[in-house]
Structure formats: C-alpha cells, structure tokens
Design a protein around this ligand. Structure first.
Ligand code: ZN
Length: 203
C-alpha cells in the first residue's frame, strides 16, 4: 500500500507557514514503513529538534482506479479515519529552501499515525466533518472538511490522474492551522466529531 499526503489544503495553515497558496494540490508520499504501530509511543528521532504534529482526516481506498472523474470518486472509498503527519519541520525547511524533496522530513519511521477506520455512512455530510487534536488535554488543532481547498472527491480525482489508486491506499487530506512542536511526555489525542480515534504518547 502507499500513503498519499496532501499539503496546503487549508488556507489558514498555508498562512501560518507563510507558504504560497497552490493552484493545484501538493502531493507527497510516505512509505509503508512510516506507519506507527498501534498503541506504540512516538519516539522523537535524533535528527530533528522540531518535530511537528499535523492532524489530518484520512480516507482509505477500497477499489482500484485511475483517471477517476470527481463525480465517481465517492465509489472508491468507504471508510474515514484520523491520523498525524509527523513532520521534522527543521529538516523540511532546509529541504524546501534548496528545492529538494521532503521525504527525509516526512517519511521517517513512525511519522504516519493511522487510526482505526469507520464507515463513511456514519457521517451525514462528508464535507462538514469536524476533527481536532488535543495536546496534554488542550485543543491545539481544530479542523472541518468544509474548509478544505480541495474536497475528498476532488483529491481522489486529482491524485488518480498521476498514480493508480489501489485497495488499501490511504490519503492524508491535509492539516488545518495550529501545527506545533512535540516534546517528550506530551500526550496527543485525536478526535472526529468528539469521538476519540487515537491516543499517542511522545517519548
Ligand atoms: Zn500534512
């Protein structure tokens, strides 16, 4: 399986990192080795002093597809989850400056937190799903899919123009504003519509 991540999909997060608003979605990948095993702590890697959390809504692909039209995109996923795209921001900034790929800053071991998935039928409208991240019992990020520049169906259509989507692939749909640093002993809790989807201990 592959993990496809979308960058710069929420206007307020683009502003907080002083990034340019893209004309098309920004795509990057994480390897399957980036997945943090369930119920494992996240260990801050030695190569970074600035690991950021980015809470993101996840979509799991359940059908093989390429060149998918937006109006058919809903047929390619049944389940929604929540995750964290852990990012070595110091490393990413250096790579961005030089115009180099982000993999070292985004694809390292443990950098992909992936919750259990639930049926999308649980939600009345996929374009108004609210989600949040708490750090040490304080809400640090709050998002709602209505604020996405590109909605889930648009993202599936767009990505599938470039790479075939396969069963089990997971899309990280981008992070809202509020990203920040983690330090040892932090506790992160991710929620969709108030329901807990993951808990992560930082070490
Ligand atoms: Zn992200």
């Amino acid at each position: 399986m592959k993990i496809i991540c979308i960058g710069r999909n929420y206007a307020k997060h683009i502003e907080e990192l002083s990034n340019e608003r893209p004309k098309e979605p920004v795509i990057f990948l994480k390897p399957d080795s980036a997945i943090l095993p369930r119920n494992h702590p996240f260990y801050i890697p030695t190569f970074s002093d600035d690991i950021h959390y980015e809470v993101e809504l996840l979509v799991k692909i359940n059908r093989l597809g390429k060149h998918i039209a937006p109006k058919f995109a809903h047929k390619y996923y049944n389940e929604i989850g929540l995750g964290i795209d852990f990012t070595a921001r110091d490393l990413q900034s250096k790579l961005k400056e030089k115009g180099l790929p982000w993999e070292k800053a985004k694809g390292f071991d443990g950098s992909a937190v992936i919750s259990e998935f639930v049926s999308k039928d649980q939600f009345t409208d996929l374009n108004t799903i609210s989600f949040s991240l708490e750090k040490n019992s304080k809400i640090v990020q709050e998002g709602n899919t209505k604020a996405m520049l590109w909605k889930i169906d648009d993202l599936i259509a767009y990505v599938s123009q470039y790479m075939t989507l396969k069963i089990g692939d997971i899309i990280f749909t981008g992070t809202p504003a509020g990203v920040g640093k983690v330090t040892p002993e932090d506790k992160l809790i991710g929620k969709i519509e108030g329901k807990t989807f993951f808990k992560i201990q930082i070490k």
